[in-house]
Design a binder for this molecule. Structure first.
Ligand code: ZN
Length: 270
């Protein structure tokens, strides 16, 4: 027996669509507000349809159609440089935002780089690293470097001989740029890092069977996270030697402490 009249069915359908769209909009607003809070020096304001930069320019925020998403996937290319989609925000794909902030190509990024000597008190000029000055990232990395020097020497082996910083390149096997391209990322000692792809090749296994693994002490992770650097050990596709500046993914708690505020990759599969 059918208990629902056509009018009731229509009402239920409307409520389902309304609750879904409200959810999408509120989710997006949270991500946009985080973006504004994360980059106050560069972003003037955000609305659910646009990001306004302090230089007066605007990014449109759009909901991609299925066809649009498919075309982007086929081209393996980004969309117009002055737009970002809701899907990008939800999947932490901020490439256009990063290009706007740090430089659209290697030449532009290089103009904003400086050399810092990693853990200079401990290692002198042994480890020069190129990092960007945008968003005060060079100063943040110097503070991280000083804090790591103050740890007991038993920790130093994890952070000496760093794997690198600036390097204009795509993420391995992916069509998008690595955070290293913008001078906002550092790899610590690769000898102690675990990378999902290496583990996959070693085990000749499916990724779904890989258990999260880590050798890096959390004391080191916390020092980076307090300055707004996200640890690659928090990704589903883990990379435990990797840290990148992503303040929009942290929430500010009491005092000057920042705390990582969620899990990455929940909404997105690769
Ligand atoms: Zn890295």
């Amino acid at each position: 027996m059918n208990l629902l009249t056509p009018a009731k069915r229509l009402l239920i359908l409307f409520l389902i669509i309304f609750s879904f769209s409200t959810n999408v909009i509120s989710q997006t607003n949270i991500e946009l507000i985080r973006l504004k809070d994360g980059y106050p020096e560069l972003i003037q304001s955000v609305s659910s349809t646009a990001i306004t930069w302090k230089d007066g320019s605007q990014f449109q925020v759009s909901e991609p159609s299925r066809l649009y998403a498919l075309m982007n996937w086929i081209k393996a290319d980004s969309h117009s440089k002055d737009t970002i989609t809701i899907k990008d925000l939800q999947c932490d794909h901020y490439e256009n935002i990063f290009k706007k902030m740090y430089g659209h190509n290697a030449t532009e990024v290089k103009k904003k780089l400086v050399v810092i000597y990693w853990m200079q008190k401990a290692f002198g000029h042994k480890y020069p690293l190129k990092v960007t000055t945008v968003n005060g990232i060079d100063k943040k990395i110097q503070r991280i470097s000083a804090a790591l020097e103050n740890l007991p020497q038993s920790y130093w082996k994890f952070v000496e001989n760093p794997g690198g910083s600036f390097y204009w390149r795509n993420v391995k096997r992916e069509p998008y740029l690595s955070a290293h391209s913008f001078g906002i990322a550092i790899d610590i000692n690769s000898h102690y890092g675990r990378y999902w792809l290496w583990d996959l090749q070693k085990l000749k296994s499916q990724f779904s069977f890989l258990a999260p693994v880590n050798n890096i002490p959390m004391k080191i992770v916390q020092i980076f996270e307090q300055e707004g650097f996200l640890w690659g050990g928090r990704w589903h596709f883990y990379d435990t030697m990797h840290f990148e500046y992503r303040p929009e993914l942290f929430s500010k708690e009491s005092g000057s402490q920042t705390q990582y505020n969620g899990q990455l990759g929940l909404h997105c599969v690769a």
